[in-house]
Design a binder for this molecule. Structure first.
Ligand code: T1G
Length: 703
């Protein structure tokens, strides 16, 4: 436990007391920091030699906010609102000098100061909404008084970080300064204010102009938020708090904020979102990182210029890397180059890039049809046709041409990476990098670790993910790795529910009601039903003949109804509509398949649909953890949060299961097993955890 003396230091510079927070890594406002701040402010009041106080952060951040790890634990005094009120009430001038992130509670501390200075690298924001919360230390009352009600509400609802200049324009910052030293810049500003006899400008006393207009804007914002926040709890509470800032005296508004903050703190959405925040930062902590450093990563190559190859090329270019793209002939490489340029032309069309910006990026792009062009690259990503022989042929070329130590990665989404590695002379350099389409947009990157790979190759893959701003998850080798393997199972559960009585449209509606943007049949139509069809045909030879198999999707694909790209799939897309319509012919196919099997359809409620859907997902997730395909349950959570549209406020399938209770999940599986003991076979790990009274979280400590 850190003590307040070590995390908050007070040093006199002339008649200015500099209070600096030193609580690595981001100066979170844990209890020791709050205690230290309180004491330092009190001491400054009592010290006749002190005329003013300057608050700064040490390290890279000003203050990144409340200590998120404290949520859900018993509150420890002093509370952050108390500390902020104390700063604001100071009888001596208080200035905050911001040189890095001032987020959430960090910005609340700064807003309770009398003046604020920002250096170029400052970032100011109130992103509590991303954690299912709202600014709970006066931010919803002070920000409107500094920047206006609507702008303040929008800042809180978006969770955006403002640059120093944007923050000044918004009214959050009074003075910009150059450099990186908040003490020097802050002291100069404090002394200037003292010389001017600047008043103690307490934010609580600032008026909100034109309350009627502000309330009208908030009405509109509330209606818009109700539509957009899709079941989220805290956004509407934020609007309510800002309304209180307009309508109520400060202290009453503060009380309202506190009450609504506690409601958010106690909501399951906060638990899910906080879990997601930390889980995404845990996935990079893998065993291989303990003893290995990344290899050089200065030049990369991508083999293949199709959708995936071009997307991966753009991801690498956007990460600042020089990229050589290899295709088999002039026509193919021209197509590959066009695929890359299309992405940047799209950004230019949207006004998000200039021609010069595109040219600067493409200066690092080298198209080629000769493998000799990649002799000196540090890492190669193969993204050619999903056929093991085609991939082995590419790896033969890589083995022949690439320098010793080059990392050789395959983007395969299901082929056996151990087999690919074993086909060349350097299996220790081979790894799987499973990108998700579009590869330059989707955050998830499954880093698939074959049996013989060197640890430093794994660490290099995680370094590449960091450079690309991807969310990496370590996966073991199996068919579908983590995501697609589990997807195949809960998709099967959805097919069973459909054949047993629910329509695909009812199932999609239930899944959307759970918080997904789309249901599984909509996703199939979007991705293209022919992809799943090819997978089913590939697996047909090895499929367990005793396993229940639903043929509805095959009937649909046999008609060439592959989804949006063919104008119909499970849904109809008249005139290329983006939103599909129910198709009576699909319902007729479903009925015909039921009759073939003598199934009398029964009704399913949305709740029943989701209990089966989630039980299947969680059960397979438990098997994936048990087999070591995923290191921990949190790796399964992050896979589904960042690659499969799982609703973030639920924290991921395994977090969701913990919140429902594993006994209830197991009970469901055992009930469903009476209908189909083969499909609904409880994962031994799930049975073990329930028997021991534990949850998945107990397995999340890094292995
Ligand atoms: N509390 C505890 N730990 C935190 C933290 C926080 N607020 N922010 C970051 N960390 C840890 C993080 O888990 C990681 O740990 C390390 O710091 C580096 O983080 C009352 C209630 C500041 C932009 O939401 O956005 O204030 O993995 O990898 O990429 O109104 O961290 O090293 O062990 O993200 O340089 C509001 C959250 C809180 C900001 C830096 N504040 N943090 O990004 O590093 S709620 C936030 C960030 C609140 C009040 C309310 C980012 C960052 P480890 P990192 P980064």
């Amino acid at each position: 436990m850190t003590n307040e003396a070590s995390v908050v230091r007070a040093v006199r510079h002339g008649d200015v007391q500099v209070i600096s927070i030193s609580n690595p890594p981001v100066n979170a406002l844990g209890v020791a920091v709050r205690q230290g701040l309180k004491q330092a402010i009190e001491q400054a009041q009592a010290d006749a030699g002190v005329r003013a106080v300057l608050v700064v952060g040490e390290g890279k951040a000003f203050i990144a906010g409340a200590d998120i790890r404290e949520f859900g634990k018993p509150p420890m005094p002093p509370s952050l609102p108390e500390v902020c009120n104390q700063i604001e009430a100071s009888a001596k001038l208080v200035v905050a000098a911001i040189h890095g992130p001032a987020l959430g509670g960090g910005l609340e501390v700064a807003m309770s100061a009398h003046y604020r200075l920002a250096l170029p690298a400052a970032k100011l924001g109130l992103p509590e909404v991303n954690l299912g919360l709202l600014p709970g230390a006066g931010g919803t009352q002070r920000a409107p008084r500094l920047m206006g009600a609507k702008a303040a509400a929008e800042l809180m609802l978006s969770g955006k970080h403002l640059s120093a200049r944007a923050a000044q324009a918004a009214g959050l910052v009074d003075r910009l300064a150059e450099g990186e030293d908040p003490v020097a810049a802050g002291l100069a500003y404090v002394n200037e204010l003292l010389e001017q006899g600047a008043p103690l400008r307490r934010t609580r006393n600032l008026a909100i102009a034109d309350k009627a207009a502000a309330l009208a804007e908030l009405d509109a914002l509330q209606a818009d938020t109700a539509k957009k926040s899709r079941g989220l709890f805290s956004p509407l509470k934020i609007v309510e708090c800002v309304r209180a800032a307009v309508e109520l005296p400060f202290d009453e508004g503060l009380a309202r904020e506190r009450a609504l903050f506690v409601e958010c703190l106690n909501s399951p959405q906060r638990a899910g979102l906080v879990h997601a925040f930390f889980a995404e930062r845990e996935t990079a902590k893998v065993p291989e990182a303990r003893g290995a450093a990344p290899r050089a990563l200065n030049r990369v190559a991508v083999i293949g210029g199709g959708t995936m190859g071009a997307g991966i090329t753009v991801a690498a270019l956007d990460a600042g890397l020089p990229v050589v793209m290899i295709e088999r002939d002039a026509e193919s490489i021209a197509r590959g180059q066009a695929n890359v340029e299309k992405v940047y032309n799209g950004l230019i069309a949207k006004g998000r890039m200039t021609e010069e910006g595109k040219a600067a990026i493409l200066a690092r792009y080298t198209p080629s049809t000769s493998y000799e062009a990649i002799a000196d690259v540090d890492l190669v990503i193969e993204a050619v046709f999903e056929d093991i022989e085609v991939k082995k042929a590419v790896f033969q070329q890589l083995d022949r041409v690439c320098k010793p130590g080059a990392v050789l990665a395959t983007n395969t989404s299901y082929l056996d990476i151990d087999a690919i590695a074993g086909s060349i002379s350097r299996p220790q350099d081979v790894i799987g990098l499973h990108f998700f389409s579009p590869a330059n947009i989707m955050k998830l990157l499954e880093i698939v670790v074959p049996a013989r790979v060197s640890p430093d190759v794994v660490v290099t893959a995680f370094e590449l993910a960091r450079r690309m701003k991807k969310i990496p998850v370590r996966a073991g080798v199996c068919d579908g790795f983590i995501g697609n393997r589990i997807l195949a199972v809960y998709k099967q559960a959805a097919d069973y529910i459909m054949e047993d009585g629910a329509s695909p449209y009812e199932i999609d509606e239930a899944v959307r009601g759970f918080g997904y943007p789309m249901g599984p049949f909509q996703v199939t139509d979007l991705a293209g039903g022919d992809i799943g069809w090819a997978t089913r045909k590939r697996r047909a030879a090895t499929r367990d003949p005793k396993a229940r198999y639903v043929e509805v999707a095959d009937r649909i694909c046999e008609r060439g109804w592959f989804g949006q790209k063919t104008g119909r799939g499970f849904y109809l897309y008249p005139q290329g509509a983006r939103v599909g319509q129910a198709d009576p012919e699909v319902l007729a196919i479903v009925d015909a398949e039921r009759q073939k099997k003598g199934i009398a359809p029964r009704k399913f409620t949305a709740e029943e649909i989701m209990r089966r859907y989630m039980a299947a997902m969680v059960n397979e997730g438990a098997k994936v953890v048990e087999e070591g395909i995923a290191l921990r349950p949190l790796d399964v959570d992050v896979t589904f949060l960042s690659g499969y549209g799982f609703p973030r406020f639920r924290g991921g399938p395994m977090k969701y299961a913990d919140m429902v209770g594993l006994p209830a999940i197991l009970e469901d599986i055992r009930t469903f097993a009476k209908e189909d003991p083969l499909f609904w076979k409880p994962a031994p790990l799930l049975e073990k955890l329930v028997a021991e009274g534990k949850d998945f979280a107990s397995l999340n400590q890094a292995r």
